[in-house]
Design a protein around this ligand. Structure first.
Ligand code: IPE
Ligand code: IPE
Ligand code: MG
Length: 248
């Protein structure tokens, strides 16, 4: 079944270069089973594996996963520390396989707020996969879209103050180039699981013209098939970027 979907999307040809995912619904998945929320997060790691493998097979160049938001720091301390432990576990367990698959991991966000153990594990993952050329995997951790834009404004202001840049030279490229995602093309496709119809402070600048695919599947249940279905849905869209096209 999933091979059939993959075959179809490869025949269609227009594979999104960059897919971003808001991985949501872990808590509900656990609650439906009468389990603590942490079990949902743990199960969600399987779905991360599915998404990464599916992205590699489909020929996606960049996969960006929203793993922990700036707002998620306000969750109960126990849940935050369970999520950080899982991240450490994921980093140590997956580094070898990711390297072998040609996945280069980047971890983007306000990492100053992340504890030293987790930062160390993340460094091992980033260093250990450096040079992978099949897929760039961005793990967004302690990330918020507004905070990222504020940070970019500060970086640009500093350059202006230092005489390195004129205020009038600040354009869209200058802003893009000051974001965590510098050098990465904007997402073509955004997937959100668990049916929520909102952005939740994800990639506010970069999503300007991204196609959105919302699925009711809860993140721990997400499979490569769901990724392929989202890509097939994307391939049926007509992207206009504000212009008119032959079909309109
Ligand atoms: C997504 O699942 C994971 C994180 C935000 C870290 P949630 O934990 O938000 O699960 P729900 O939305 O409560 O079901
Ligand atoms: C968004 O999910 C953040 C991540 C997936 C990491 P949330 O569950 O935190 O978002 P809201 O609270 O439903 O908007
Ligand atoms: Mg949620």
């Amino acid at each position: 079944m999933s091979e059939d979907l993959l075959h179809r999307l490869l025949l269609n040809g227009d594979v999104p270069r960059h897919v971003a995912i808001i991985m949501d619904g872990n808590g509900r998945w656990a609650r439906q089973r009468g389990l603590p929320r942490q079990f949902g997060h743990k199960e969600g790691m399987k779905a991360v594996r599915e998404a990464v493998e599916g992205a590699v097979d489909a020929g996606v160049e960049v996969l960006t996963l929203f793993a922990f938001s700036t707002e998620n720091w306000q969750r109960p301390r126990q849940e935050v520390s369970a999520l950080m432990s899982l991240l450490q576990f994921y980093a140590r367990q997956e580094v070898k396989e990711l390297r072998e698959k040609g996945v280069e991991v980047h971890v983007l966000g306000e990492l100053d707020r992340v504890d030293a153990h987790t930062r160390k594990a993340v460094d091992v993952l980033v260093d250990g996969t450096n040079g992978g050329s099949k897929l760039r995997l961005n793990l967004m951790i302690s990330y918020g879209g507004r905070e990222e834009i504020v940070r970019a404004a500060r970086l640009l202001a500093r350059r202006v103050a230092e005489g390195d840049l004129a205020a009038d030279e600040i354009d869209e490229d200058a802003v893009s180039g000051s974001l965590f995602t510098v050098g990465v093309p904007d997402p073509d496709l955004l997937i959100r699981t668990s049916g929520e119809l909102r952005i939740s402070n994800f990639l506010l600048w970069q999503l300007a013209y991204t196609e959105m695919h919302i699925t009711s599947v809860l993140w721990p249940d997400f499979t490569r098939e769901n990724l392929f279905e989202a890509i097939l849905d994307y391939q049926r869209r007509e992207r206009r970027f504000g212009r008119v096209t032959a079909n309109s």
